[in-house]
Write a protein that binds this ligand. Structure first.
Ligand code: MG
Length: 387
């Protein structure tokens, strides 16, 4: 992406935490959630206003810090860095492509920088009257979304088949598995839907077994023609993932292991994956994700853009990225309305499992401050020096 005109002179940055109601309760190890707290970032300049959001979840993930930690990082470090950098430029906000260099490489820094970069990018594109899709030079107008199916409560096979049945027309179904919930449910789904593009996601759970036990359990899935097995082992050890990949006929996909562009390069080079789930928020932003997609394409690794239950701007950016050639598989780009009861953000309309990235100025989602107001639980305003 070439650098366009900068986003204008900084007026200030606002952080807003909002509580968005989920369509269905989501069960995690930390309990059952009815709300999706979301951290929004608003960057106001004299030319435009841009919105971003943090990919952070309230409880974090295996590798991503929780929302409170990312909020703290934004308040203590990332936003002050932007204020300082803008003041040093006579008030001009740095170009979005520079925001990732404002400082810090820890996981919280990457999520915080990605959120701020998204808001600056949105402002920059609006000031230039350009869409993210146009800026990226996307190749496709038609992007396909994949579906995700969790492990049903009580591991009931009938409940799983019921849930898969509701999304069996999707171009790809990604099913969560864990030791003890793998070959039986996969065989049952495959038996009912022989032609379904099916992949499984273990979220690192097979690290609970010894290496041979994990390889044997996962090799038992080889006869079922899966698109890939996602993150079978814990994220840190790429060598173990490479050894496992060598033993399986099913392609190995990595997700949580891919926390930076460097990790994407290493994982491909070590043979630790032949498919990549790339999450822009986790990688440090849209620009890092663009480079990761290009790298995967150049080394013959299939890739798709993953999501973290975003409310609008983050999801819309993922949709535009999913239209790039490097995104060879359907991504997590279905409309936020599929999991959020309400969101203050617009999103391109979904036709079945197809979407087209927005052609309007910005990253592809409009955040309505009036709708956000009643959902906000906390907000902070950081005025530019002299503003
Ligand atoms: Mg995953």
């Amino acid at each position: 992406m070439d650098g366009p005109a900068p986003p204008g002179r900084l007026v200030g940055v606002e952080l807003v935490v909002a509580s968005l109601r989920l369509r269905r309760p989501v069960g995690t190890s930390a309990g059952t959630h009815l709300e999706r707290p979301t951290l929004f970032v608003r960057v106001a300049t004299d030319a435009a206003e841009g919105w971003g959001e943090a990919g952070a979840l309230p409880g974090g993930t295996l590798v991503d810090p929780p929302l409170d930690e990312v909020l703290d990082r934004l308040r203590q470090r990332t936003v002050p860095s932007l204020l300082t950098a803008s003041a040093a430029r006579g008030g001009e906000v740095p170009a979005a492509a520079q925001v990732g260099r404002l400082g810090g490489t820890a996981p919280a820094d990457r999520l915080a920088l990605a959120a701020l970069e998204l808001a600056v990018l949105d402002a920059e594109l609006r000031a230039a009257g350009t869409s993210l899709a146009a800026r990226l030079g996307v190749a496709r107008a038609d992007v396909r979304a994949g579906a995700v199916v969790g492990i049903p409560p009580g591991r009931e096979l009938a409940a799983l088949l019921d849930e898969v049945g509701q999304v069996a027309d999707a171009p790809r179904v990604r099913m969560k598995i864990a030791p003890g919930w793998d070959v039986v449910p996969v065989a049952a789904v495959r038996d009912r839907w022989p032609d379904l593009a099916l992949q499984v996601d273990a979220n690192g759970a097979y690290g609970a077994l010894d290496p041979d036990g994990a390889a044997d359990a996962l090799a038992a899935l080889d006869p079922y023609g899966l698109t890939c097995i996602e993150q079978p082992l814990p994220p840190a050890d790429l060598t173990a993932s490479a050894a496992l990949a060598a033993r399986l006929a099913t392609p190995v996909c990595l997700d949580e292991s891919l926390t930076s562009l460097r990790r994407v390069v290493d994982a491909a080079r070590y043979g630790a994956m032949s498919v990549a789930c790339l999450k822009p928020a986790r990688l440090g932003g849209v620009f890092a994700a663009t480079r990761a997609l290009a790298h995967c394409r150049s080394v013959g690794v299939e890739a798709f853009v993953g999501g973290l239950f975003e409310a609008g701007p983050g999801r819309a950016a993922g949709l535009a990225l999913s239209a790039l050639d490097g995104a060879s598989l359907p991504g997590d780009v279905s409309a936020p309305a599929s999991y959020l009861e309400e969101t203050p953000c617009s999103y391109p309309p979904q036709r079945g499992w197809s979407l087209t990235p927005a052609a309007t100025p910005g990253v592809g989602s409009d955040t309505d401050p009036g709708a956000l107001g009643p959902m906000a639980t906390a907000r902070w305003w950081y005025p530019a020096a002299g503003a």
